[in-house]
Design a protein around this ligand. Structure first.
Ligand SMILES: *[C@@H]1O[C@H](CO)[C@@H](O)[C@H](O)[C@H]1NC(C)=O
Ligand SMILES: *[C@@H]1O[C@H](CO)[C@@H](O)[C@H](O)[C@H]1NC(C)=O
Ligand SMILES: *[C@@H]1O[C@H](CO)[C@@H](O)[C@H](O)[C@H]1NC(C)=O
Ligand SMILES: *[C@@H]1O[C@H](CO)[C@@H](O)[C@H](O)[C@H]1NC(C)=O
Ligand SMILES: *[C@@H]1O[C@H](CO)[C@@H](O)[C@H](O)[C@H]1NC(C)=O
Ligand SMILES: *[C@@H]1O[C@H](CO)[C@@H](O)[C@H](O)[C@H]1NC(C)=O
Ligand SMILES: *[C@@H]1O[C@H](CO)[C@@H](O)[C@H](O)[C@H]1NC(C)=O
Length: 541
């Protein structure tokens, strides 16, 4: 489905250029300048795949296949140009596809000179380097559409046997994002650092920390798909406080209830107070869908498991995103449930804690009998959970060093089972990374063992505070409501060494409300020495 988190978010550029008698986006560009907005597009691409990616093929055949995808890209750029788009983002693997071997992908790779060393407009100087047909087409599209263009392709860089890291076949192969300016100049490239089991590609020895400047919105950062879960470069890029926008090509396989594409994209925008322009592949059979233009306060997104077609999202985006974090005193301090929450955190004498619950001496009746804790697998992790029963209550559940708390009221009771879960440990399936998670989820059925299952529909409404005593500052608020919709938390941030999220008046049933903390420095703790602790890696310039 497509949707907007807020009525104002549907900024599909309505100021038609026709009004000015021109066919380019002059009108919207001008509007952007006046209102502090720019116009961005992301394209969820239903790619044309090689029928047999592991077989060897020729450069000519590889180009034939890639040109089919590039023809679709070109149509999208021309559509976007008519709507005044100033920057467009295409997904990871969208030109060549996936499931290649190191050898079978070779004919699909473009030669990639370093943009730091070479100033180059591939459209205007096509014969400067061999094997750059894909770069040439992308450059020409950017020029023709008059917009910045971000795309992902496979690249090769020859290396010498004197380079001790040079692979035996004499070349590096990288999963690469490229950025072209609106005149077709190659502005920069980013080589994916956190590969997701991609046998065809090498990890660059040093992380690329790439930011690029635009005349319409200042500095953008760039990274790819799985990178979003790691410190380098996704988080470290943002030490440069001038970076207010991220462009993000992905081929992301959704995983409910915590890690669907639109959830983590939106969470990144909220957690870091940036705009996040995310383009995913459209391949429902592989669970790939979910793209969006996200800001901390609102999102325009697309998630569609039913149709087999690409989708262009165009939205107006604030040049200076307004954040949600640290808004403590600007929101409704008088909300009684919030003052009660603050009292609980402050250790108010009228509230007493035991291992399961917080009891307050107020007008509300609390869950007198501590509900049972149980274990269930969620996202391959062994969560400790408590059921969320009744019309209102206050619960806590702990595991290892993390305690999670929930205070909730329900305007209506549904028959569905919900649970509050905690996990504090090393996640080891489909990647190794340490997480601390507090999650309120709707369970798959009535049994405790269904908590953590993948569901997308829910009717349960909650007004709630969810919080935990996290030992990391890197916390992603994952929030998903029925039918793959996104809502904005009312408030979140730190209070008394606890990180909290609160929300009232949900407009659809709650699927997931989670605080997903990352402890990057603990990712490698169970491995032997010399395992390449990356958080310790190259210093930032
Ligand atoms: C890629 O490989 C995975 C697992 O090996 C398989 O499930 C998937 O269908 C393959 N995708 C394509 C497009 O061949
Ligand atoms: C491109 O390849 C051709 C044929 O192999 C070769 O003659 C030419 O020198 C190459 N050009 C460059 C710029 O490398
Ligand atoms: C092309 O775009 C680049 C990057 O924005 C800029 O530095 C350069 O001046 C432009 N070139 C021309 C000829 O406009
Ligand atoms: C918020 O308000 C409280 C009391 O009104 C004050 O103590 C606190 O410093 C304020 N916090 C911020 C971030 O302004
Ligand atoms: C609850 O509040 C009442 C009235 O304020 C007071 O008399 C009583 O001692 C309180 N109970 C606890 C457990 O604090
Ligand atoms: C989950 O953790 C609990 C507590 O440590 C343990 O008793 C249980 O066996 C674990 N379950 C699984 C499936 O590993
Ligand atoms: C969180 O709270 C629990 C229970 O009070 C405590 O054991 C744990 O050490 C705390 N964790 C942190 C990081 O403070």
């Amino acid at each position: 489905m497509s949707g907007a988190g807020h009525p104002l978010a549907l900024f599909i550029c309505g100021c038609y250029a026709v009004a000015l008698g021109v066919h380019t986006g002059v009108c919207c560009v001008a509007a952007g300048r006046d209102t502090g907005y720019y116009v961005a597009a992301v394209y969820e691409h239903q790619l044309i795949l090689s029928p047999n990616p592991r077989a060897l093929t020729s450069r000519k055949q590889a180009l034939e296949l890639m040109n089919k995808n590039l023809n679709i890209y070109e149509q999208q750029v021309m559509t976007a140009a008519q709507k005044g788009v100033q920057i467009i983002v295409f997904p990871e693997d969208g030109i060549h596809g996936f499931n290649f071997t190191r050898t079978s992908i070779y004919p699909y790779l473009d030669f990639m000179p370093s943009p730091q060393l070479v100033r180059w407009n591939p459209c205007l100087e096509p014969r400067r380097f061999n094997d750059t047909e894909v770069l040439q087409r992308l450059s020409c599209m950017a020029m023709k559409g008059g917009m910045f263009l971000v795309a992902n392709l496979g690249t090769k860089e020859p290396c010498l046997s004197s380079d001790p890291r040079c692979p035996r076949d004499g070349r590096y192969q990288f999963n690469t994002n490229v950025v072209f300016s609106n005149n077709g100049t190659l502005v920069d490239r980013y080589r994916k650092y956190n590969l997701y089991f991609e046998a065809a590609f090498d990890t660059p020895y040093q992380v690329d920390y790439i930011t690029f400047d635009t005349p319409f919105a200042g500095k953008f950062g760039i990274f790819t798909c799985f990178d979003i879960l790691f410190f380098h470069p996704a988080v470290s890029l943002l030490r440069d406080t001038g970076v207010k926008h991220i462009v993000y090509p992905a081929a992301w396989m959704n995983q409910l209830p915590l890690l669907t594409a639109i959830q983590i994209q939106r969470a990144f925008a909220i957690a870091f107070g940036v705009n996040f322009l995310a383009a995913n592949i459209h391949h429902p059979a592989l669970g790939m869908t979910g793209s969006g233009i996200h800001s901390p306060l609102k999102s325009v997104w697309h998630h569609d498991m039913k149709h087999f077609t690409g989708h262009l999202i165009i939205a107006q985006v604030a040049k200076n995103p307004q954040g949600l974090v640290g808004t403590e005193n600007t929101t409704d301090k008088m909300d009684p449930s919030h003052s009660e929450f603050l009292k609980i955190l402050a250790g108010d004498p009228y509230c007493e804690r035991d291992s399961q619950e917080v009891h307050c001496n107020g007008t509300t009746r609390w869950n007198v009998n501590a509900p049972p804790t149980f274990h269930s697998e969620m996202m391959y992790d062994n969560f400790t959970l408590v059921p969320v029963w009744g019309r209102e209550g206050s619960l806590s559940v702990c595991a290892n060093g993390l305690c999670c708390y929930l205070r909730y009221q329900r305007p209506t009771l549904s028959k569905e089972l919900y649970a509050l879960g905690v996990f504090d440990g090393l996640h080891t399936v489909h990647g190794t990374y340490y997480v601390q998670v507090c999650a309120l989820v709707k369970c798959g059925g009535r049994g405790f063992d269904t908590c953590g299952q993948e569901i997308t529909e829910a009717t349960g409404l909650f007004d709630f505070h969810l919080w935990g005593n996290f030992s990391t500052p890197y916390i992603f608020p994952l929030f998903l409501t029925s039918g793959m919709t996104l809502e904005t938390p009312d408030q979140l941030g730190w209070e008394n060494n606890h990180y909290f999220l609160r929300k009232s008046r949900l407009s659809s049933g709650l699927v997931t409300a989670a605080l997903y903390g990352r402890l990057y420095e603990r990712d490698f703790e169970n491995q032997g020495q010399g395992s390449g602790y990356r958080a310790d890696g190259p210093e930032l310039a």
